[in-house]
Structure formats: structure tokens, C-alpha cells
Ligand binder design. Structure first.
Ligand SMILES: C[S@@+](CC[C@H](N)C(=O)[O-])C[C@H]1O[C@@H](n2cnc3c(N)ncnc32)[C@H](O)[C@@H]1O
Ligand code: SF4
Length: 326
């Protein structure tokens, strides 16, 4: 029996933005919110795991649209379970910030692709950079005052159009965040062929499927966060436990296919180009485990991503003006 070290729960699958690279607004799944019954069943099970997994409360959608997010964070942290969210920051009011900090959230990532208003708003359609930055800086200020132990992350999804501004972005990160905060650089990927991206699909075994379980708002465990359309429905929390799903023959057969170099035989995995190594920058290195580092390979360090990537250059070749779907 293996236990997941990360449990990803999609609290809501709706969003208030239409980002050019994200399936949140084009998904064919009905809009839904994870019910209390499903959530409570999951908490009861993972609270008894020998080692507490790290739990995230976002999926394909904006977690702050869920009004009881603070209540759910608290339901996990009261069992000593570390919790984080990734947010677009657009509705992180002072009151919501206080609610999450008070509920004991462990870490929070803000997805901000650019400090240039025109580029940001071309990528994050429907959002206003000035509002997002004001909310972000207000959250940082409140965190510094109320609980400096909370890790704040900035996530930079690299598109061709913003990649050149990474150095300026790093300077902003260094100016406003502390030495334990994290900057993660993720090359834009193709969401398993949903969007154009010229990076080649990977054929190395995926780290996600051995470490993490992803549960969507309706209680279905799909393969991973890239599987937004439920190509794989590996189990249903209304009927199965997390451990039954995570240790099922079907899940193990997918892992075997990856381990034996047969990843290309799987419909979703054959076209997925999520990079296995992401780049994370923390001014204070070590411990070398970040928000995403437990799930995927991670290049950590005090070397700025722009310096590291100048030699590696692994951006997928994509432009943000392309049609949204293939
Ligand atoms: C799906 S969003 C959900 C949380 C929240 N709405 C947000 O924007 O942060 C989670 C993360 O996926 C990232 N993302 C969306 N589409 C992507 C793509 N094609 N390639 C890489 N990352 C992507 C977002 O930028 C965000 O950091
Ligand atoms: S990346 Fe986040 S904010 Fe943008 S559409 Fe997707 S879920 Fe919404």
C-alpha cells in the first residue's frame, strides 16, 4: 500500500477569468462545488494517514470563489495537515486574506504572469493587474504582521511574450517577499493537447502519479491536474476511499506503463508536455522542498531562474495570441 504525499482537491471548477492557456472556462464538465459530504469524508480519511499529506484546495477554477474556503482550510489545519492554494489574486480582499491567515493556511501562491499591464491582461483575460497587485501586496503586509511563517509564492507561467521580463519580475519578488518565499517558473504546457505548445511531450515516468491524488469537485479522482476533462475516472469518493483508488490495479497499471517506457500508449500521457523539472527560486535555499517540489522534480536554489534558464532555455515555443483551442 502506498500513501499519497499530496492530495489535490478541486473545491470549485468555476472561474472569474478566461486565461488564454487554461481549460477552466472551456471545460465541458458542469460547474460545481465540492460538497461538504465529499470533503468531510476525505478529511476523515487523510487525518489518519501515518504521515500527513500536503493538501491543495484549488483545481481547474478560482478557489476564492468558494465562500467557505476559510472553513475548509481550518478543517484540515486543525488536524495538523498542511494546506495551500494557488489563486489568481483578483478577489483576495483584506477580509479573505485575514480569514485564510486566521484559519492557519500553510502557503499561498499567486499566479501573476507579468508586471506589464498590457501583457498580463492579454494572458489573464478579465482580470485587472492593478487590482491583483494591490491585493497581493496587501496579503504580504498582513502575512508579515500576523504570521510570517506562511509561505507566499509567485508563479510565473512562461509564455514567449513574457519570458524576457523574468529578470524584472525577480527584482519585484526580491523587493517584496522574504527569503523563505518562493518564485516558481513553469513553462506554459499544452494541457495534454488542449492548447498549442511546441515543446515535445515527455516520455519519462511522471512524478505526479506516484505522489499525488487529484479529486475533482464532483468527487471523481482523475489522473492528475492536467486531466481536466476526466479522460481517466479512477474512482469516486462517494463510493471509494482515497487509499482504494490510489492503490487500485488501474492506477498501478498506469504507473507500470510509465515505469516501463510505455507512457506513449496512454491517451492523455502520450501528448502531455508538462516539464518534469520545474524551477523554483528561494533566496534562502534549503530545505529544498517547495510547494510543488514534493510532487515533481524541482530545481531549487538561490540562483535566479533567469540566470539558470539563460543556459537551459526550455520554454515551450508558444505565443499568447494564438487561438485558444487546437
Ligand atoms: C488552473 S490554475 C487554478 C488556480 C487559480 N485560478 C490560478 O490562476 O492560480 C492553477 C495554476 O495552473 C496554471 N496554468 C494554467 N494553465 C496553464 C498552462 N497551460 N501551462 C502551465 N500552467 C498553467 C495557472 O497559472 C495557475 O498557476
Ligand atoms: S489559470 Fe486560474 S484564473 Fe486563469 S482561467 Fe485558469 S483557473 Fe481561472
Amino acid at each position: 500500500m502506498i500513501y499519497p504525499s499530496a492530495v489535490q482537491l478541486e473545491t470549485v471548477n468555476v472561474c472569474n477569468a478566461k486565461c488564454v492557456m487554461c481549460p477552466a472556462t472551456t471545460t465541458s464538465r458542469p460547474h460545481s462545488t465540492m460538497s461538504d459530504a465529499i470533503f468531510d469524508r476525505i478529511v476523515e480519511e487523510i487525518a489518519n494517514f501515518p504521515t500527513k499529506p500536503r493538501v491543495s484546495l484549488h483545481g481547474t477554477g478560482e478557489p476564492l470563489l468558494y465562500k467557505k474556503l476559510g472553513v475548509r482550510v481550518r478543517a484540515l489545519t486543525k488536524h495538523g495537515i498542511p494546506v495551500y492554494i494557488t489563486t489568481n489574486g483578483s478577489i483576495m480582499t483584506r477580509a479573505r486574506a485575514f480569514e485564510l491567515i486566521d484559519a492557519g493556511i500553510t502557503a499561498i501562491e499567486f499566479s501573476i504572469e507579468s508586471l506589464n499591464k498590457e501583457i498580463f491582461e492579454r494572458i489573464r483575460v478579465g482580470l485587472d493587474l492593478d487590482e491583483v497587485l494591490a491585493n497581493f501586496l496587501s496579503f504580504v503586509e498582513l502575512r508579515d504582521k500576523l504570521n510570517p511563517k506562511i509561505t507566499i509564492g509567485m508563479v510565473f507561467i512562461a509564455h514567449d511574450d513574457n519570458a524576457d521580463s523574468l529578470a524584472e519580475y525577480e527584482a519585484f519578488f526580491e523587493r517584496h517577499l522574504s527569503s523563505d518565499d518562493e518564485l516558481t517558473v513553469v513553462p506554459r504546457h499544452n494541457f495534454a493537447s488542449s492548447y498549442d505548445s511546441h515543446a515535445a511531450p515527455s516520455n519519462i515516468p511522471c512524478g505526479f502519479i506516484v505522489n499525488a491524488i487529484n479529486i475533482q469537485a464532483d468527487g471523481i479522482a482523475n489522473l492528475c491536474c492536467v486531466d481536466s476533462e476526466q479522460t481517466y475516472a479512477l474512482g469516486d469518493i462517494n463510493k471509494n476511499t482515497i487509499m482504494e483508488i490510489f492503490n487500485s490495479e488501474r492506477f498501478n497499471e498506469i504507473r507500470r506503463a510509465h515505469a516501463e517506457g510505455r507512457r506513449h500508449s496512454l491517451p492523455l500521457c502520450s501528448s502531455c508536455n508538462v516539464p518534469e523539472v520545474l524551477t523554483q527560486y528561494k533566496r534562502r535555499t534549503l530545505p529544498a522542498v517547495g510547494i510543488l517540489g514534493k510532487i515533481r522534480g524541482m530545481q531549487h536554489g538561490a540562483v535566479r531562474p533567469s540566470e539558470r534558464l539563460a543556459s537551459v532555455r526550455f520554454w515551450p515555443k508558444v505565443v499568447i495570441s494564438e487561438p485558444r483551442r487546437k
